[in-house]
Design a protein around this ligand. Sequence first.
Ligand code: OOG
Ligand code: NI
Length: 470
Amino acid sequence: MTDQHFASPNEIRAKFSQAMSAMYQKEVPLYGELLELVAETNRQVLREDDALAHRLQITGEIDRLAMERHGAIRVGTARELQTLRRLFAVMGMSPVGYYDLAVAGVPVHSTAFRAVHESDLQASPFRIFTSLLRLELIEDEALRELAQRLLERRHIFTERALELISLHEIQGGLDGDQAREFVVQALETFRWHSSATVSTHEYQLLHDQHRLIADVVAFKGPHINHLTPRTLNIDRVQSAMPGCGITPKAVIEGPPPRRCPILLRQTSFKALEEDVAFIEPDGHQVAGHHTARFGEIEQRGVALTPKGRALYDRLLQDTNDALQAPATESNAAQYRQLLIENFQAFPDDYQTLREQQLAWFRYFPTECGLAAKEALDKQSTLEQLIALDYVRFQPLVYEDFLPVSAAGIFQSNLGDNPQSQFATASSRTAFEQALGAKVIDELELYQQTQQRSLQACAQTLGLSTLELEA
Ligand code: OOG
Ligand code: NI
């Protein structure tokens, strides 16, 4: 139950997302430039492509586009992850999906905190890709203990943030003043600190084990490591980036360019080398460097059903097998060509994607459907209504991430040489234990949204139900 005097979680999330973006623009000015480039490109695309503009109008995505972004953070302990879960709950964000990156040589597993209902996503689609370091994958025992010691003694939340999180749990919400204070306090956790918590020597040890370990363990908190705006044409932004002094990575992760975009395409620019101060055992500070924070852009397309996703995974695997080497600068053109060739097998019109049940859609009654409402045959099927143009369908946007792409993004800012795989079982259960909750299955969410749109359609047209053909 939501009480009237409580601030809405959607509003808190929108405010927080805005505050985080403002903070990151100050911390990493290049991100601000990227935002401008993306906004300008989106305006251009919308001017040129009426059909796309119309579609985004119907789905409502046009209203959320300018505020749409995701961020990423990495934490070190179950306690940190659990408290983050409680913190994000204040903003109406739940853990969705499980991503195992150990298989790609990155010693973390992850989830994405985000809103789950389409109306809440519409209010603010802000997402945070959140990774937990898997300390058990550090083989060197002394080093593992050092990492554990460092993590155990740090406090990544302000006292007041913790109080407000508890208050939210006890009261069932936060009032306006508390919500404003919460945004300020919660933001502190994600701020960049240029002073490390370790000596140069310790940093080197952690770094040599894995750069990511140093990034998580050697600092006061889980600094936001990138914020990613959503573009309507990633190829165009990618080719405009160098002109703005931004060098993108060689390969765009995800599917090839298509008429009907699917899932998610992403590219990042390399992490920046930043000045940090290490703290030596005798207490004095020594200047050094750390590279962690970077920029990224993404283009989102239609969410895929399990069948569509299986096809995507297979075609991507075929592409990588055919390349016979990791995709890098030197074989980028060949990779792109192979990707395009392999994905010929993926239908590229919404009609077929829907008929073959490869993707999720939302259904909307049309003007003429509404006009014909009284005279409608109550037994009409969905397919008949579509044929009559009484009902139309629109692609349901993908709100999540892709493990192979995420690994590619991690790799690119950890240095281009992919590290060897960790021989380990994927451990969703261990992740959920650390999180203190189950992660939500994203496919169920898409299915529910599609179903709700069918129900709403039926109701508006005065029918008892509307269903997809089996
Ligand atoms: C997260 C990398 C994954 C994405 O968009 O797939 C990611 C990280 O580097 O912490 O952000
Ligand atoms: Ni990202």
